[in-house]
Ligand binder design. Structure first.
Ligand SMILES: Nc1ncnc2c1ncn2[C@@H]1O[C@H](COP(=O)(O)OP(=O)(O)OP(=O)(O)O)[C@@H](O)[C@H]1O
Length: 261
């Protein structure tokens, strides 16, 4: 069974201007994709293409206008609250802005421990042991546990967000531009770390990015999004041989750096 099936997703944002004159509509139209267990699907597209809209819909945060999202066989928007809460456990996210994703007053221990406290009944000792292991997994040290977000670099804090996302051993993580706000060296470290985690603990990712090289590092397959629709879905290894004019344009105009090569 496929882990995630997005079927014919459409979402329209329409806004009315002065005197109710209708402005241009935007969003996504009839987008379908599948994420198989252990796979990373990249959603690659320019700014405004509709990538984050799709990410929010898949996370259950934004109901689509039409279409459906099935996660582990359950329709995310039509299932009961109890099942949805269980599904959310297996469906986590890491967003671009690592600082706004955390409560600035919480310590790293509290941030990573939050999902554990929401879903598990652990003793304080057991919780600390798990958090310690998670810090190690993402390349941080035990001493970071008592720091607050403002005492960390962007790269370190994004590792904290990754630790929080993997705390409940989810099946799928939606990565929405997780490295875009970081400098190139840290981008590379985190991407390779995410790749390692995927292989080590069998994670699956939906990786949203505007950067062709980042997508190339992490994704097995890439859906190229152009103006709210999928222009082409292609194996990442064949990405540079894409045939559709829209895909070619996006791949050529996307950020390029030989740092990943
Ligand atoms: N809440 C909203 N209200 C109105 N229009 C919106 C809203 N959110 C997104 N849009 C519009 O929908 C389109 C797709 O936006 P979306 O954020 O999904 O694109 P994106 O590919 O993630 O872009 P970026 O890489 O810049 O984040 C854009 O034209 C955007 O202006």
């Amino acid at each position: 069974m496929s882990l995630l099936v997005a079927d014919q997703i459409s979402k329209t944002y329409s806004s009315s201007g002065w005197f109710r004159a209708k402005k241009a509509e935007s969003g996504v139209t009839n987008v379908s994709f599948v994420v198989e267990p252990g796979m990373c699907l990249g959603l690659l597209g320019e700014s405004g293409a509709g990538k984050s809209t799709l990410g929010k819909i898949v996370l259950g945060l934004l109901p689509p206008g039409s279409g459906s999202v099935r996660f582990q066989g359950e329709d995310l928007y039509r299932t009961d609250r109890r099942t949805r809460k269980q599904l959310r456990r297996d469906l986590q996210a890491v967003f671009q802005d690592c600082y706004s994703a955390v409560n600035p007053r919480m310590t790293v221990k509290q941030i990573i421990g939050e999902p554990l406290r929401n879903y598990e009944r652990l003793s304080a000792k057991e919780e600390k042991r798990i958090i310690f292991g998670l810090l190690e997994t993402v390349g941080l040290i035990a001493g970071d546990m008592h720091k607050t977000p403002n005492q960390m670099s962007g790269g370190q804090l994004q590792r904290v967000n990754i630790a929080r996302a993997i705390a409940l051993k989810p099946k799928l993580i939606v990565l929405d531009e997780p490295v875009s706000s970081l400098d190139m060296v840290v981008q590379k470290q985190i991407l390779f770390h995410l790749k390692e985690l995927k292989e080590k603990i069998g994670l699956s990712y939906l990786f949203i990015s505007h950067d062709v090289m980042a997508v190339n590092v992490l994704s097995d397959c890439v859906a190229i999004i152009d103006k709210g629709t999928i222009a082409e879905t292609i194996d990442t290894a064949k990405m540079f041989e894409c045939t559709q004019p829209a895909s070619k344009k996006i791949i050529l105009s996307s950020t390029k750096t030989d740092l990943y090569l």
